[in-house]
Write a protein that binds this ligand. Structure first.
Ligand code: GLU
Length: 414
């Protein structure tokens, strides 16, 4: 995975710049929309189980809070660095604006390899992180959530550490376990959201999902639920992959078995009734929908010519580089952008925060209905602006979100 491409190509900056140009905004407005309000860099020493000391670099970038408190995930991964986190924080501001959630945007992360840490090391690292950052997070300040490499357990440790200082306040973090105040339906929300957005697209452009094939890169929290719900909606999932390889069956994979296999052995590779293939081949499959649902920069200049999907749906944040986006667009491949396709997670995070602030629990159906309503509305807006202005979905989404963010910033006063 070449994670430097994103930075070298300045993919997100160029998407934003393009939207600002199309909206007639000057450079100052573009810079205002791009530049984060605050960047926090921390060094976290950890005493490992064997007594050795390791220092980890951690970040939290708070992009904008003009529309509501800073909001966004916390990523534990070896690729985490300040540039990456800065980009992802801005994407969160655009995501919350596009979905009309009263939240801003932020992102954080710790540069670490989760697999090389024991559970107790992970817990100590997380608690030390909160010890250092607690003044800058909180229910009306900045609300972290899971992202790549983090999960409900890590959110519970953050919540508990915060509680030790400020008293019980579950709204400090979302994506928590149900038993400590999490929301029903949060765990599957991003993947379910991907499937809802594809359904909205199919409805709008009169595509019958029952005749569609899908390939998914990544079988973590996003990919597995996207597969599950698209399968339930009648689409045929022909291939999925994870970091250890891919599997393929042109007649359609049995998704429940794949999920079961992944939970049991840690990879999708080796499940019955599927041929083994590699990650690159899954991306290159001829299919109706290709869903990159792992890390950024899955599709770059290096592999874009191999892509033969009709529509790329960005389940991950920033999976398509600037050059790849350009080439795919010229070839007529539709791209449903990350700030729409992967917005299901933060939408249900918003519902979780609202429930926490009111000390209530919504039934699952309320969460699901609310998610569909929000995503349908955002899809309708993006598809309409794209059709009216004759721009691609990403430009439409960036324009809508940039306009909302700009209005809030100017209303608040600079
Ligand atoms: N990490 C997710 C995202 O990138 C969810 C963020 C949240 O729930 O705040 O959208």
């Amino acid at each position: 995975m070449d994670n430097t491409t994103l930075i070298n190509e300045a993919t997100h900056e160029r998407f934003l710049q393009l939207a600002c140009d199309q909206l007639g905004y000057n450079t100052a407005v573009y810079e205002l929309l791009l530049t984060p309000s605050r960047e926090i860099r921390l060094q976290i020493p950890l005493t490992k189980d064997d007594g050795s000391i390791v220092i980890f670099n951690a970040y939290r970038v708070q992009h904008h809070n003009a529309r509501g408190p800073y909001k966004g995930g916390l990523r534990y991964h070896a690729t985490v660095d300040i540039e990456d986190v800065r980009t992802l924080a801005c994407l969160m501001s655009l995501k919350t604006a596009l979905l009309e959630l009263p939240l801003g945007g932020a992102k954080g992360g710790i540069n670490c390899n989760v697999d090389s840490l024991s559970a107790s090391e992970l817990e100590r690292l997380t608690r030390r992180f909160v010890e250092k950052i607690h003044r800058n997070i909180g229910p009306t300040q900045d609300i972290p959530a899971p992202d790549v490499g983090t999960n409900e357990q890590i959110m519970a440790w953050i919540q508990d550490q915060y509680t030790k200082i400020y008293g019980y306040n579950p709204a400090v973090v979302t994506g928590k376990p149900l038993v400590t105040g999490g929301s029903r339906g949060r765990r599957e929300a991003t993947g379910l959201g991907v499937s809802m957005v594809i359904q909205a697209y199919a409805k709008r452009y009169s595509i019958d999902l029952r005749n569609c094939t899908v390939a998914i890169q990544g079988f973590g929290n996003v990919g597995r639920y996207a597969a599950f719900y698209l399968d339930a909606a009648g689409a045929k999932i022909i291939a999925v992959s994870d970091s250890q390889g891919g599997i393929i069956n042109h007649d359609g994979l049995d998704i429940k078995s794949v999920i079961h296999h992944k939970d049991k052995v840690g990879t999708v590779v080796g499940v019955d009734n599927a041929d083994i293939t590699d990650n690159a081949s899954v991306l290159a499959l001829t299919c109706d929908f290709l869903i990159p649902a792992a890390l950024g920069n899955a599709i770059t200049a290096n592999n874009v010519n191999a892509i033969s999907a009709k529509c790329v749906v960005e389940g991950a944040n920033s999976p398509v580089s600037w050059t790849a986006n350009d080439i795919l667009t010229q070839r007529g491949v539709q791209i449903i952008p990350d700030i729409l396709a992967s917005a299901g997670g933060v939408t249900v995070s918003y519902f979780e925060w609202v429930q926490n602030l009111q000390f209530v629990n919504w039934p699952l159906q309320q969460v699901r209905d609310g998610l569909r309503e929000k995503l349908d509305q955002a899809c309708e807006q993006v598809f309409s602006v794209a059709d009216e202005k004759k721009v691609v979905f990403r430009n439409a989404a960036y324009q809508i979100a940039s306009e909302r963010l700009k209005e809030a910033l100017f209303a608040a006063g600079i």
